[in-house]
Design a protein around this ligand. Structure first.
Ligand code: AMP
Length: 299
């Protein structure tokens, strides 16, 4: 089995991995990291839970740390990560902070639903890595508050979700305005390598190496799944029963409307289960606070 030390990553990155307690790369990391370190474009079929974030974050950090450009702190960012959702952008940035803790590299996150002021300030001060959702990045591009002319690494995370959520036109717009694909490293990850994702890769990547986290299966091996088929009126008792039986420290319930979400929250709270509602019309600040409390195990 490979260790991170054997991959030849920069010592300041290895130090962060040691601090985190990571010794062995996951399969997708073991494939993606060496190829990306050699400058090869990567097209990876990988889900959340496979370790794909470190799979692109580690070689990206390595590339920035070892490139000479780091000697001169530039104002323009050199790496761009595009994600379909604000929450994923925030999570990816947290990973960069963790893995890049000893590199001296800086990152910032750019997404909608919050004011542009702080984002403009961060960009103006100069930042190495920008993690962004496509819509807000476009706003910055149009207002010329971001300079993407120095981007030499592009990551497109959850490419298939970009299509599903209708962001693909924005993504294409951004990609067309970056340095040419032959002059940058591009890594694209997607749950599935569907035809539309392959087509996008064909348009914007340079002879990518295709990787698959675990061929054929859509779910990470460490995840156990169960399915129940309750009648409508059995759903709430079943949920309460599951919570009482498994006593999860953190649980997420997905529903199809905000109204139902609020109804479930009220029932949970009547049953001594603290719960929060996250939906599109909850203001972004509140969403972040809720997620923070959720991570801490407060709700
Ligand atoms: P991801 O698929 O990127 O969302 O990562 C899933 C989880 O695995 C995250 O909580 C990571 O912190 C963790 N992780 C990633 N790489 C490793 C590794 N090599 N060893 C142990 N845990 C890891």
């Amino acid at each position: 089995m490979t260790t991170f030390a054997q991959l030849g990553l920069a010592p300041e990155i290895l130090r962060a991995l040691v601090a985190k307690g990571y010794e062995n790369p996951t399969p997708i990391q073991a494939q993606a990291i060496p190829a990306a370190m050699q400058g090869r474009d990567i097209l990876g079929a990988a889900q959340t839970g496979t370790g794909k974030t470190a799979g692109f974050a580690l070689p990206l950090l390595h590339r920035l740390v070892t490139s000479k450009a780091q000697l001169v702190r530039q104002r323009a960012p050199r790496a761009l990560v595009l994600t379909p959702t604000r929450e994923l952008a925030a999570q990816v940035e947290e990973s960069f902070r963790t893995y890049g803790a000893y590199t001296g590299l800086s990152s910032t996150v750019i997404f909608g639903g919050v004011g542009m002021g702080n984002q403009i300030t961060a960009l103006r001060q100069g930042v190495d890595i920008v993690i962004a959702t496509p819509g807000r990045l476009l706003d910055h591009m149009q207002q010329r508050t971001v300079d993407l002319s120095k981007i030499d690494t592009l990551i497109l995370d959850e490419a298939d979700r970009m299509f599903d959520l209708g962001f693909i036109a924005d993504v294409r717009y951004v990609m067309r305005r970056l340095p040419d694909r032959g002059e940058r490293l591009t890594m694209m990850f997607s749950a599935t390598l569907s035809l539309r994702v392959l087509e996008l890769a064909y348009e914007h990547m340079h002879n990518p190496k295709k990787l698959a986290a675990d061929a054929g299966t859509k779910t990470a091996a460490r995840v156990t799944q169960s399915v129940y088929f309750p009648a409508g009126e059995e759903k709430m008792p079943l949920l309460l029963g599951i919570l009482a039986t498994f006593k999860p420290t953190r649980a997420i319930v997905f529903v199809n409307t905000k109204h139902v979400a609020e109804k479930i929250q009220r029932t949970l709270e009547r049953n001594q289960q603290l719960a929060g509602v996250l939906s599109g019309d909850v203001p972004q600040r509140k969403r972040m606070t809720l997620l923070e409390r959720f991570k801490k195990g407060e709700i």
